[in-house]
Design a protein around this ligand. Structure first.
Ligand SMILES: [Zn+2]
Ligand SMILES: [Zn+2]
Length: 304
């Protein structure tokens, strides 16, 4: 709830006119209790989680020729019923998350020093915060994920997430409740260390969720992959290998970047797999070329 009686009063306190974004934020949130603003996070994430994986799943069913060339494990196609089961089981977590958000307010907002009023942060501030949050989250998630791959962690908790050896977007949140809870800590750690506006939190959690859905999508589209712009970015291909290798996997633990796996030498399996894949591709290309020349010779023979 913004503590000003009118937009003019807010502008007088700011000492300047509101930007269009601030005016929109004032309109939306001025009379809304902070507890409801705090709970928006879960609703936003629920909508994103429900909608984002759908386009690829629809294309896979109704226009496979368009997307299957980019599927990382084309030999495994999940039937729609399996995707629906995955979604329904994972979506059960969201009512629990709403409950936790309601109960945790205002304690969590106070600990994280979340701002909800005016002014809104500048674009520069938001970008800097997102960079810090990404680095903090990646590092902490790496170590939590490694713990989940110990014998106890895997058998008791993480095994559920690895049920999908060729994941789809919905598999992102298909995990034991304890894993969902544990992995929310790295996402919250950044905003707790570097406090931000609640709109930045919504943006950060949304980006993080969309990224999580992307790396579980089972598809790698090289022409739109952020790996071209972001150094050390892992992407779908990177995490898909972690699922492909399954419980035996001691490789590719980091969710966003590749540097943790590189520094702690937990990318050896992936590197070996990539080298093997490249060799096979080369052999295949050579065979196609040879096949092509044999066909050409056969064609010449027929003509003669
Ligand atoms: Zn794992
Ligand atoms: Zn995963």
């Amino acid at each position: 709830m913004i503590p000003y009686g009118s937009a003019a009063e807010a502008e007088a306190v700011l000492g300047r006119g509101m930007t269009w974004a601030e005016a929109a934020w004032y309109q939306y949130s001025a009379a809304m209790p902070d507890r409801w603003l705090h709970c928006h996070t879960t609703f936003i994430l629920f909508v994103i989680y429900t909608i984002t994986p759908l386009p690829l799943l629809f294309l896979e069913q109704f226009a496979p020729a368009v997307v299957l060339p980019y599927k990382l494990q084309p030999q495994v196609l999940l039937p729609p019923a399996a995707s629906l089961r995955c979604y329904l089981e994972a979506a059960c977590v969201f009512p629990l998350a709403v409950g936790i958000q309601l109960v945790s307010y205002p304690a969590v907002a106070k600990i994280m020093r979340t701002r909800m009023g005016l002014p809104l942060p500048s674009a520069k501030e938001v970008v800097a915060q997102l960079v810090v949050y990404s680095l903090v989250e990646d590092y902490l998630s790496y170590w939590i994920h490694r713990l989940l791959h110990t014998r106890w962690g895997y058998e008791k908790i993480h095994r559920i997430h690895h049920e999908f050896t060729a994941p789809t977007g919905f598999a992102m949140s298909y995990s034991h409740w304890a894993e969902n809870l544990a992995l929310s800590i790295p996402a919250l750690a950044g905003p707790a260390i570097v406090p931000c506006h609640i709109t930045t939190q919504w943006l950060w959690f949304s980006i993080r969720l969309i990224e999580g859905i992307n790396i579980h999508s089972g598809y790698h589209f090289p022409f739109i992959s952020p790996s071209k712009l972001i150094p050390f970015y892992g992407g779908a291909e990177y995490h898909d290998y972690h699922h492909y290798a399954g419980g035996r996997s001691q490789s590719n633990f980091a969710p966003l970047f590749t540097y943790c796996d590189y520094i702690y030498r937990t990318d050896k399996g992936y590197r070996y797999h990539k080298a093997k894949q490249a060799k096979l591709n080369n052999l295949e290309e050579n065979n196609v070329e040879k096949g092509g020349s044999i066909n050409a010779l056969l064609d010449t023979g027929k003509k003669n």
